[in-house]
Design a binder for this molecule. Structure first.
Ligand SMILES: Cc1cc2nc3c(=O)[nH]c(=O)nc-3n(C[C@H](O)[C@H](O)[C@H](O)COP(=O)(O)OP(=O)(O)OC[C@H]3O[C@@H](n4cnc5c(N)ncnc54)[C@H](O)[C@@H]3O)c2cc1C
Length: 619
């Protein structure tokens, strides 16, 4: 049994100690322990949740969000350019990490975005290599669609691009709603074609996503089911849940470098220490807690560390800078009653019928709630002159409140990022925006659905923000949440883009055939919709709606960026933290630039690739 007690954990000698049993951390642990001579310890703050309905049943996705059993329930700092609001920043807690609570969409970034990693100086980090690891992480189930339907739904996968025997199972929806095809026809009328195979490196167009669902049982496939449970009998994999790491213990190696000798953690209110790490300590705590743990361990900006009474072990001011996340704005519409939507499960009779269907792995409970995607290039949402303006403003001088404006190293790296973003603005094959269709009332914020009515929620998001945020310590108490500041709209272009993406979404609702289904708007609310009819200053009305209703899409990256040290990097291409001999970061925080995709496939690929890097070093 790999789940061990704290005493067994601290007395064992391990080759690798992984902090965080989440998406990337468990992928890494599973692959390293394929070699029975290698002993790996995983310490995870949350529980091993086993199999619970709210995690397993796809139709219940969303119900774990803001539930502290599964979610860290972080909030942002007040966002000055979004009406001073604080916004929820969910992160999965427990074996499986955020893959426990995510919305199941299994998409991939574009080729350009992975190739950019190599352009940043990380040899071997490119599309070809990461495609191999994304495939390695997955096992694909065929859709069973006819060729005609597959074309209608933008769902015609090319077999050799998809994995066949990996641990994460992926499948297409078990049913298809009428509005799915109607939405894609409407997008086509607006100049956005279907993209039959969106995971070949080009994401632009309309398509159906795969979902991380095992179609044989209609249950969530996640890091714990794929990478932990099948390997639970390995004697060389020791897993300690319910233990929160407080800091990495850092020692001097006698030269200029620092060595991570173990970690201090708290379990059941008792603080304990591991010491017996033969090789590496690996942080896989995600984009918010990896930088927090680095700072708690004395690795970061000395000015910040001093403020919290922490002695600097490694002067690395880039830690916790460069935070990027997708920002979304919702449009919720009421649709004609004749359409079947996920809303049926919130009515007693509908729920009972769906529960019966679920027993046969059918119906809404068995499938992903947001299967239909539109990925839009800048050219879909702006004129040539808009695009030129946007790319001209991809610059540190037009971005407010960022450390790169005072720290030359960060400025150099940021300029490289902006140069790429400029190029991507001009490329009609590069997605700047995403609109996903949640096939019912999006379950959490704001207004509530009226029983008996039917809805669609179009979630419109910015893919490549120019703003940069931060994650730093909020206090010296390791058990306190970090201060998460996405710094929304620090670059004006982000707000301009959000307005254009929202406008395009509203245009969809006003264009046939989709418009014929629309009965009215829930969001934007009626006062905003009325102002849009009556006022000449449409842009300002939309702007204010964005400021008031925007939020994160839960894909934060960049806070431990894999870039050269003198360009604002935290780790090198072998994922080693600068200034240390054996401390690594293996999670989504190492991506220097946000990707035009949801991030779980990248997190698994990073875990898979890290395992091969570490195996390679032992040869
Ligand atoms: C609500 C939500 C919806 C999402 N929807 C999608 C989607 O539909 N599709 C998609 O592709 N992506 C989605 N994502 C994003 C995706 O799931 C994440 O990017 C990915 O899982 C991150 O992997 P990771 O390994 O970096 O971190 P995580 O998987 O979050 O793992 C980090 C782990 O570290 C643990 N940890 C943190 N601090 C400590 C500590 N001090 N001590 C010990 N353990 C610690 C955490 O408890 C967690 O288990 C979503 C994310 C969320 C939160």
């Amino acid at each position: 049994m790999p789940i061990v007690s704290a005493t067994e954990f601290t007395s064992a000698t391990v080759d690798y100690l992984i902090v965080g049993g989440g998406s990337a951390g468990l992928a890494l642990a599973a692959r390293l322990t394929e070699d029975s001579d290698v002993v790996v310890g995983v310490v995870e703050a949350g529980d091993y949740h086993g199999h619970t309905h709210e995690v397993d049943i796809p139709g219940m996705t969303g119900q774990t969000i803001a539930n502290p059993k599964y979610d860290w329930t972080f909030f942002s700092t007040p966002q000055t350019r979004a009406n001073n609001r604080v916004v929820l920043q969910p992160r999965g807690k427990g074996l499986g990490g955020s893959s426990l609570i995510n919305f199941l969409g299994l998409l991939r970034p574009s080729k350009d975005e992975f190739d950019a990693l190599e352009e940043f100086g990380n040899e071997g980090w490119n599309w070809e290599s990461l495609l191999k690891y994304m495939k390695k992480s997955e096992k694909t189930h065929a859709s069973g669609l006819s060729e005609n339907d597959a074309k209608k739904y933008g769902a015609l996968p090319e077999n050799d691009l998809h994995g066949t025997d990996g641990p994460i199972l992926k499948s297409f929806p078990s049913f298809w709603t009428e509005l799915h095809g109607v939405l894609f026809d409407t997008a086509e009328a607006l100049g956005v074609p279907r993209n039959l195979e969106p995971v070949d490196g080009n994401t632009v167009g309309t398509s159906t996503c795969f979902a991380s669902i095992d179609p044989r049982t209609a249950t969530r496939s996640h890091a714990a089911t794929g990478y932990f449970e099948p390997n639970h009998a390995r004697k060389n994999l020791l897993v300690l849940p319910n233990a929160q790491v407080l800091r990495v213990v850092i020692e001097s190696d006698g030269n200029n470098f620092k060595r991570a000798s173990g970690v201090e953690f708290v379990v059941g209110g008792v603080t304990m220490k591991t010491k017996n790490v033969k090789r590496d300590v690996i942080l896989s705590a995600g984009s918010f807690q990896t930088p927090q743990l680095l700072e708690l361990s004395g690795i970061g900006n000395p000015d910040i560390l001093k403020k919290f009474g922490i002695e600097t072990a490694v002067n690395l001011p880039s830690v916790g800078e460069n935070l990027q996340d997708h920002v979304y704005i919702p449009v919720i519409i009421e649709v004609d009653q004749k359409y079947e939507t996920l809303d049926v499960v919130f009515e007693p009779a509908g729920l009972q019928a769906q529960q019966e269907l679920y027993k046969e792995q059918k119906g809404f409970m068995s499938s992903v709630a947001a299967p239909a995607y539109l990925f839009l290039a800048a050219q879909h949402i702006g004129t040539e002159s808009d695009v030129n303006t946007w790319q001209a403003k991809a610059d540190a001088s037009t971005t407010k409140d960022i450390a790169a404006n005072v720290l030359p190293d960060l400025a150099k790296g940021l300029q490289k990022q902006y140069d790429l973003q400029k190029r991507w603005f001009l490329d009609p094959n590069h997605a700047q925006a995403e609109i996903l269709d949640f096939i019912g009332f999006q379950p959490f914020f704001g207004p509530k659905p009226v029983p008996g009515k039917r809805y669609q929620s179009l979630i419109a998001s910015l893919m490549h923000p120019l703003s940069r945020g931060t994650v730093h310590l909020a206090s010296s108490n390791p058990l306190d949440a970090p201060a998460i500041n996405p710094n929304y709209f620090a670059n004006d272009v982000d707000l301009d883009l959000m307005v254009r993406i929202l406008d395009f979404t509203l245009k969809i609702c006003d264009t046939k055939p989709f418009s014929t289904a629309v009965q009215g708007f829930v969001l934007p609310p009626s006062d905003v919709m009325e102002s849009l009819q009556s006022t000449r200053n449409r842009e300002e009305v939309l702007r204010e709606y964005v400021r008031q209703w925007c939020g994160p899409v839960y894909h934060p990256v960049g806070t431990a960026a894999m870039m050269p040290r003198d360009e604002g990097g935290v780790v090198d291409g072998s994922l080693k933290v600068y200034g240390t001999t054996n401390l690594r970061v293996v999670d989504i925080s190492v991506l220097p630039l946000e990707i035009s995709s949801h991030t779980q496939s990248a997190a698994y690929a990073i875990g898979e690739k890290a395992a091969d890097i570490l195996k390679g070093e032992r040869l």
